[in-house]
Design a binder for this molecule. Structure first.
Ligand SMILES: NC(=O)c1ccc[n+]([C@@H]2O[C@H](COP(=O)([O-])OP(=O)(O)OC[C@H]3O[C@@H](n4cnc5c(N)ncnc54)[C@H](OP(=O)(O)O)[C@@H]3O)[C@@H](O)[C@H]2O)c1
Length: 298
């Protein structure tokens, strides 16, 4: 693989996605910074990135991509492949948070967050994989969360979406390895992005009247997360390191966090248990190509 890579990032209008796009492009890679509606709701963000690309002579291009819209995903991926001739890395970053006690979250709100945070990656991965297969190489990178391993009350559906993303990314990790395609996960802790300000709230609060002190949990957890949030550039730097790690040497999981809340322990234990599962089911030899040292720091 060429050391300078072609990278598609989802959700590049703000937060990690914006920083990842700039950081990766500044290191000489070609970046397709995608966002929904760059001519409308994200016009200011798209214009800022275009100006930056021009001033700093970066190979940084804006594409319209809404991860909840299949045709939008297909269009952006095909445009990227046509312009650059390949797609080496896709960063599944687009996502949002939803706060509130589980019962107060409506079925429609639950469906919507899964559609963005989980099905978004299903769509994007399915769109890029035929190109990566033709290349015989590629990296699917998923921005999960500590909430993809630990359950935070008041973030039930957000956690569910990230647990689902972890399962998808890990299955791809095992299944794609023989074709030279890698799947990896970044698990950020709390970082100061626009996610906290834009958080969706459970719509059916009437359901929580009998919950007593449990009603205080959402505000308490939210305060802890926002007060301990770190500098999001740490996540962009970690993504760059993973991208620049030679193919075949990347790990499955990378925890990046200002706080140690035990996610590394869960990762290490799961790695051992998965290995035992593969031995017991007689597929360990089939999966021998997957590195044993599956988790670590970026
Ligand atoms: N910040 C943290 O503490 C933290 C911790 C762990 C994991 N994460 C994860 O990191 C990822 C990025 O979050 P962030 O903290 O950078 O939040 P952010 O600042 O709110 O950025 C989220 C990005 O996702 C985009 N997005 C949302 N729905 C989209 C859709 N349907 N199609 C395309 N783009 C969409 C947003 O675009 P719009 O401007 O159009 O809404 C925005 O660009 C998320 O997956 C989040 O769950 C964040």
């Amino acid at each position: 693989m060429n050391s300078k890579q072609v990278v598609l990032v989802t959700g590049s209008s703000a937060g990690f996605g914006r920083l990842i796009a700039e950081t990766v492009a500044r290191h000489g890679h070609t970046v397709f910074a995608t966002m929904r509606d760059p001519q409308g709701r994200n016009l200011t963000h798209a214009t800022e990135l275009r100006v930056l690309a021009q001033r700093a002579s970066l190979a940084l291009f804006i594409l319209d991509l809404d991860v909840t819209d299949e045709s939008s995903v297909q269009r952006a991926v095909h445009t990227c492949a046509e312009h650059a001739g390949r797609i080496d890395v896709v960063i599944n970053n687009a996502g949002y948070a939803l706060i509130g006690l589980a019962e107060a979250i409506t079925t429609e709100q639950a469906r919507q967050i899964m559609d963005t945070n989980f099905f978004g990656s299903v769509r994007v991965n399915r769109a890029v994989l035929p190109f990566m297969r033709r290349q015989g190489a590629g990296l699917l990178l998923h921005i999960s969360s500590g909430a993809g391993r630990l359950v935070f009350p008041a973030f039930s559906l957000y956690c569910a979406s990230k647990f689902a993303l972890e399962a998808l990314a890990e299955a791809y990790h095992y299944e794609l390895a023989p074709q030279g395609i890698e799947s990896a996960i970044i698990q950020p802790g709390a970082y100061q992005t626009s996610i906290f300000g834009k958080m969706a709230r459970a719509a059916d609060e009437g359901r929580t009247e009998t919950y007593g002190v449990a009603n205080q949990v959402p505000a308490k957890i939210n305060n802890i997360l926002t007060n301990t949030a770190g500098n999001p550039q740490e996540v962009a730097d970690a993504v760059l390191r993973v991208i620049e790690t030679p193919a075949g040497q990347r790990k499955l999981r990378y925890r990046v966090s200002p706080a140690d809340i035990g996610v590394d322990e869960i990762n290490a234990l799961c790695e051992q248990v998965q290995a035992r599962l593969f031995e017991a089911s007689g597929i360990a030899a089939d999966l021998a190509f997957v590195k044993r040292n599956a988790a670590g720091s970026a």
